[in-house]
Design a protein around this ligand. Structure first.
Ligand SMILES: *Cc1c(COP(=O)(O)O)cnc(C)c1O
Length: 375
């Protein structure tokens, strides 16, 4: 960006005001164990890999033709997957009132889906002070006003203040479970919030991590037609590299979002990714297994942290936010990096003492524990 500003090219006033998202680093200088981007440490199901290879070998014309712009078969598969798990693979429950494919909208990663949500519904938006750091980036991009609501001192959301402030805004969004705090609201708490929330504004919950918690807000969709739930294949479905996200909401919300999408990019989900998503949803049991392994490793890791005098929040996600008295966050990050493991440090005020550690395989976590026990 700075190089760009220094050049003598003309650029728009829009671009001068952007503050782009900084993703977890991907260094090439040596092989690190990557526990810094909340990716899934397990590969996709071998059946998915096989179907993708088959697709490439037998459908070369599909590469030359445009994909289905509406991802119809993919949306059906996602609906089936959701109806089987209730949106929470750690605690799968069949949905009593199934969602239909008409309540699903797919995009190029949930980041793109979120960008359509911001574009479509917000002139001014309420977010928690510490949450997914892409939300303020979209606000810059689309010229949306933003009000950040401080967290309570125990890092939980200040629900009352968020509700109060949303009266003077066009809506609110937060991640549940939240990032990087890893804390979650129960469905009863969310229901209570939406009951006290304006019916003519969307209530957006980003469920990137819901599969690792104990429930999803999906069953609340039958009660509230202003609820929007954004989800991704990047975390619990082992597919961050495939770029696939979706939202679940009432049909009338889907139809407005589609207007935004068709004014930007007709074909956000390519053929190969549609094939990936369809087959992933046919292998739910495999992903339930991966989720259980990660939740078990998380429990084991938290036990380790407790026994070694680390402070951490009770995690409902595939990561843990931890700190230790006497150590700065950056110091912890650097000491761990020196030993070949990457975790995430944010210099943002309020969370600068912490590191965010994604849960890896059992073997990766053993290595990390060994490193951390020397700090
Ligand atoms: C990882 C993450 C996303 C982005 O997911 P993609 O589908 O990979 O774009 C969205 N929201 C939150 C809270 C996340 O942590």
């Amino acid at each position: 960006m700075e190089e760009f500003m220094k050049s003598n090219l003309n650029f728009s006033s829009r671009v001068a005001n952007l503050n782009p998202y900084i993703p977890g680093e991907q260094p090439k200088d040596r092989e690190y164990i990557k526990l810094n981007a909340n990716e899934n440490p397990y590969p996709p199901s071998p059946k998915v890999v096989e179907e993708l290879s088959h697709f490439i070998k037998n459908n070369e014309m599909k590469m030359g033709l445009y994909p289905d712009p509406d991802s119809t078969e993919l949306r059906k598969s996602i609906a089936e997957h959701i109806n089987k798990t209730g949106g929470c693979m750690n605690n799968p429950q069949k949905l009593k009132n199934p969602v239909s494919e008409n309540m699903i909208f797919c995009g190029n990663g949930s980041d793109e889906v979120l960008s359509f949500v911001f574009f479509t519904f917000f002139d001014k938006v309420i977010i928690p002070e510490h949450t997914y750091s892409f939300y303020p980036v979209y606000c810059d991009y689309y010229g949306i006003k933003l009000e950040k609501i401080p967290l309570n001192s125990d890092f939980t959301l200040n629900k009352d203040l968020m509700l109060e402030k949303s009266k003077e805004s066009s809506g609110l969004i937060f991640a549940n479970p939240n990032a990087p705090t890893s804390l979650t609201l129960s469905n009863d708490e969310i229901r209570q919030m939406i009951k006290n929330y304006p019916k003519d504004k969307v209530f957006v919950v980003d469920e990137a991590y819901a599969d690792f918690s104990n429930d999803s807000a999906i069953p609340l969709l039958e009660e509230f037609d202003n609820l929007v739930i954004v989800r991704t294949f990047s975390k619990s479905m082992c597919g961050a590299g495939m770029r696939l996200g979706y939202l679940v909401a009432s049909e009338k919300i889907i139809s407005v979002i589609k207007t935004a999408k068709n004014s930007f990019n007709h074909f956000p989900v390519d053929s190969l990714t549609q094939c990936f998503g369809i087959n992933s949803c046919k292998n739910t049991d495999y992903y339930i297994e991966c989720t259980k392994k990660i939740v078990n490793s998380r429990q084991d890791f938290c036990e380790f942290l407790k026994n070694n005098n680390w402070f951490f929040y009770e995690s409902s996600t595939n990561f843990v936010l931890a700190k230790k008295d006497g150590l700065q966050g950056k110091q912890i990050y650097e000491a761990i990096k020196k030993e070949g493991v990457l975790v995430r440090h944010f210099s943002t005020k309020g969370i600068e003492d912490f590191v965010r550690i994604s849960i890896g395989t059992e073997c990766q976590m053993e290595k990390l524990k060994q490193i951390m026990s020397t700090l």
